[in-house]
Design a protein around this ligand. Sequence first.
Ligand code: ATP
Ligand code: MG
Length: 701
Amino acid sequence: MSQTPFEHAGSLQVGTVDFVSPDEIKVALDIDAPESVALNTGTPRPFPRVNGYVLVPVDEGFLVGQVVWLTVERSPFPKRRGMQDFGLVDLPYPQRKLSMHPLGMLRSAGAGYAFSRGADVLPSVGAAAVLPTDAQLRSIVESGERRRVKIGTSPLAGDADVCIDPDRIFGRHLAILGNTGSGKSCSVAGLIRWSLEQAHDVQAAKAGDGDCPKYPNARFIVLDPNGEYSRAFGDDDMAKARIFRVDPGVAGAALKVPLWFWNSAEWSSFTMATARTQRPLLRRALREVKAGRLGVAGASAEERKLALRRYLSSRLIAVREELRSGTIQSDESRFGFRLRAIGADLLPKMVEFPDNGLDSVQSAIRAALAATHNSFDKNGETIEYYRAFSEEQIEAVIDALQTAVESVGGIVYQDGPDEDVPLQFRGADLVDHLESLAQQENVSQYLDFLISRMRTFLSDRKMRSIIADTEETTIESWLNDYVGSNNAADGCVSVIDLSLVPSEVVHVVTAVIARMIFEALQRYLKLNGVTLPTVLVMEEAHTFVGRYRQDMDEQDSATVCCQVFERIAREGRKFGLGLVLSSQRPSELSPTVLSQCNTFLLHRITNDRDQELVNRLVPDNLRGLLRDLPSLPSQTAILLGWASELPVLVRMNDLPTTQQPRSDDPKFWDVWVGKAARTADWGSVGADWQAGSAPVPDGGV
Ligand SMILES: Nc1ncnc2c1ncn2[C@@H]1O[C@H](COP(=O)(O)OP(=O)(O)OP(=O)(O)O)[C@@H](O)[C@H]1O
Ligand SMILES: [Mg+2]
């Protein structure tokens, strides 16, 4: 280490710089430079390969370059060291060249070296290019301050440890991209597990012999469309997970995403409501069902009174508005039906609240309706209609309503709660209410189909178990289960197995889960002034966070789902929510989400379009690095972006089979050659199928 860079350079020199630009340096290698392993340094040293490192001494340190390509150039004239003997015939000699891009500077620091990003001085042509020593390689890869969790080693840098800082890798969203079987799921499982183990070790060291909490106060939520993660986190260890799935088996709890969590956009996309007629009515139905808290057993007297106050206030405002705008005379028949609906609504309320003047509202309404009601027969059918109302008739109704509202505390200027507030109600009540609203507004024919579709969904056994049979779920219990309880006392990971969720709802369910988590963390920040760091992992992100067309009028549920993730990608950081996306098809992902990812873990990618896309995500001078992508072995990846001081090739830590997500490859050959036995008993398959059981065993796929 006591060597100056120039002395050191003498022993390891492999070539000379013959081209310098700010983003590329080319080196002509010496004829006697080693081919694959260099022995001229005393210890064998692999010759740099693509993505390996080469140093150029400058000033008092080294410029570090990363190899982009290596080539052989046919030199037209002989190259030989020492004296030229013109008596001999020299044959043209192949000359090797390499190109690298400047990464940063390596300077001596104490007994070792310190690496910093950015090349502040560039060498000149003729400067020596030297191989780094092991110690130097390590300081390059192991640079950076907060190296907290080891995720693997770097094969091109003397197997130096590659470590990450969770604040960085999870704080600004991570995208894990690669072909099937390239190791994405293992990397996801590993990142979570190794982070938790390290956090636990730090806590244990701090606690000494004292009480160390069983789990770190961490929160990971894995959305798992293939049902492969239950095995990775299923055992009773540091990374024990709470598992939620449809048809839970011995392990795990039933997946619940109550329909009263859904906001109006999610309802509209799920029911495919049209923007003009259906959506406004659906939203109104939601608002009113929530305001009335219909179907909530055991609402307190106070709550029921508030519901009545809200109801009467909204009707009072509506009738006043009709009087003011003149619809009582210009659109008299429809107004009459609306007034009649109010009368019908009041009947049960009059029984419940006998002393609040509802009977005088009722009689004012009856009087007005009786004076204007008319009917005629057409083809054997009685057609009812109303003639114009007089202002006095309606003023009488308004006065009576006014008195009734005063008796329950006065008017509230709000049409019930916002339709997006998660207040409990029953699905059947929403559909019934929507149906009666449609009748009131005389638009039943436009809503019939929607209503029957909603009824079908709600009667489906599997669907009901997820969205409707949720009486005992409260927001508190749901967040405790899915996001994790105080101090993560029941473990840090929840795995939400989406594999058996019916395909009609899987997007809505995913959107609701992601949005609930996001909004819960927003509220956490509002109430506590600090964020609760949480990581949301989305596997198979291309199906849930896919590109969509902006100009669509009716939004389908895939679009609504993607929009939730876009919002999390844009704003999640502020509320402590980090996103990890894993996908085989980066080119199908939403560009908004991808552009918000600041760190990439790139596994093998062979498809052209996907490579092109990944190329566009990284700065120009790093593109050379990505040429390795099609040939990366599984378990190996390139880590680049905010979480990594410089782009590195990582061989991820080994994950034992029991901790890997379940995605074993089928064994064709062994079955073909009889090494593994398989009997085909389709009879039992058919019987099981017709018994209506789930297609996968309790343990998931
Ligand atoms: N860190 C690791 N430790 C041990 N084995 C690994 C590791 N990474 C990958 N593997 C091996 O590679 C195989 C495929 O990995 P994995 O299931 O993670 O791929 P994938 O990219 O998620 O594929 P898909 O896109 O189909 O889900 C695993 O079954 C495992 O044998
Ligand atoms: Mg996978």
